[in-house]
Design a protein around this ligand. Structure first.
Ligand code: NAD
Ligand code: TYD
Length: 350
């Protein structure tokens, strides 16, 4: 039986991964360690919470005693590490938590794994990271696994530091690590501070749609279920010590994404009460400081070595995502009516 520690399993990608892992690995035991920050939401996992193979532990990955005690109690053979502060704009407003969780927290987990696993080779520590560690591209080119790190935001710098630590633990101590660097995800349970869920929510409410700068920055979008499937694939078949880039070859300018959401919502729920289409809600707002121009992933290595391919195009994935948000209004409402409102007003005004 595989005994898996998932960190950050109550967040966006983590909760999608927990659900998939319980489906795909019938004989696993899965422990979810999550601090329940503003981004952690136990209701993301209500449907599987009573599964006898699942245990939730509320706690901080930076709590070395807790992490060591969990390793001793559960004898993990697998760690899938999602827990992080994940929002670039928040890292600009206040980087301290990013340094603590993303760097120090990852270090604590690595130390616990090193102590518990000694020289075992039948174990895996999979670190979930981002393509933002590679910096920003111009109009052409792609990030590969050998692109030098060049992070530009406190978020991406903290993730780059954690990636380096994970690599160092492999090279120095022989810890059986794997790293995935993925492009922008979207899909169910995405916290509504990020572009796609924020635009869906505001467009449904008839609120302004804030687009940073001129809206021509490019992101490479991947449906969250495809990312989670890639992580499972890397866990099962990835070569120890390797990094795998994950992406769906779906480059879009931000404005194109916003237009797509507006048009799909107009078609699905009707025009705004004043008869206008939702594109009329778009407002070009002050640009993000240091805003990365373009991200684009070359996913050739995971495709060729492990046979992973995304299952959805952006057009399919965004339809499914909008359908999910249309049927999960209560989930979004519970977030936007809570403490999140303070952040929103600080960032965008009332
Ligand atoms: P998220 O912000 O939705 O969730 C983060 C989760 O981690 C939350 O449940 C939170 O409570 C938990 N957490 C935060 N600090 C913690 C701590 N100190 N101890 C324990 N738990 C803690 O993030 P996400 O978008 O799901 O991203 C998950 C991971 O994937 C992150 O490591 C992120 O860097 C990486 N990633 C994200 C994307 C993306 O597009 N969202 C793309 C590539 C990689
Ligand atoms: P985001 O979802 O924050 O992801 P990341 O910064 O990690 O790529 O932002 C995606 C893109 O959308 C990015 O170029 C910034 C832009 N953006 C806006 O134009 N308006 C917004 O309100 C937000 C949150 C993001």
């Amino acid at each position: 039986m595989q005994t898996i520690l998932v960190t950050g399993g109550c967040g966006f990608i983590g909760s999608n991964f927990v659900r998939l892992a319980l489906q795909q690995l019938p004989a696993c035991r899965l422990v979810n360690l999550d601090k329940l920050t503003y981004a952690g939401n136990p209701t993301n996992l209500t449907d599987i919470a009573a599964d006898p193979r699942y245990r939730f532990v509320k706690g901080d990955i930076g709590d070395a005693d807790l992490v060591a005690a969990l390793f001793a109690e559960e004898s993990f053979d697998t760690v899938v590490h999602f827990a992080a502060e994940s929002h670039v704009d928040r890292s600009i407003l206040g980087p301290a938590e990013f340094i603590q969780t993303n760097i120090v927290g990852t270090f604590i987990l690595l130390e616990a794994a090193r102590a518990a696993w000694a020289s075992r080779s039948d174990v895996r520590f999979l670190h979930v990271s981002t393509d933002e560690v590679y910096g920003s591209l111009g109009a052409t080119g792609f990030f590969t696994e050998t692109t030098p790190f060049d992070p530009r935001s406190p978020y991406s710098a903290s993730k780059a530091a954690s990636d380096h630590l994970v690599s160092a633990y492999h090279h120095t101590y022989g810890l059986p690590t794997l790293i995935t660097n993925c492009s922008n995800n979207y899909g169910p349970y995405h916290f509504p501070e990020k572009l796609i869920p924020l635009i869906i929510h505001n467009a449904l409410k008839g609120k302004e749609l804030p687009v940073y700068g001129d809206g021509t920055n490019v992101r490479d979008w991947l449906y969250v279920g495809d990312h989670c499937a890639a992580i499972l694939r890397v866990l099962q078949q990835g070569r120890v010590g390797e990094t795998y880039n994950v992406g769906g070859n779906n480059e879009k300018q931000n404005l194109e994404v916003v237009h797509t959401i507006c048009d799909l919502l107009d078609a699905k729920v009707g025009l705004l009460p004043d008869g206008a289409g939702r594109r009329s809600l778009i407002r070009f707002v002050k640009d993000r400081p240091g805003h990365d121009r373009r991200y684009a992933i070359d996913a050739g290595k995971i495709r060729q070595e492990l046979g992973w391919e995304p299952s959805l195009t952006f057009e399919q994935g965004i339809e499914q995502t909008i359908a999910w948000y249309l049927t999960h209004g209560d989930w979004v409402e519970a977030i936007v009516s809570g403490a999140y409102r303070d952040y929103y007003e600080k960032q965008y005004g009332k």
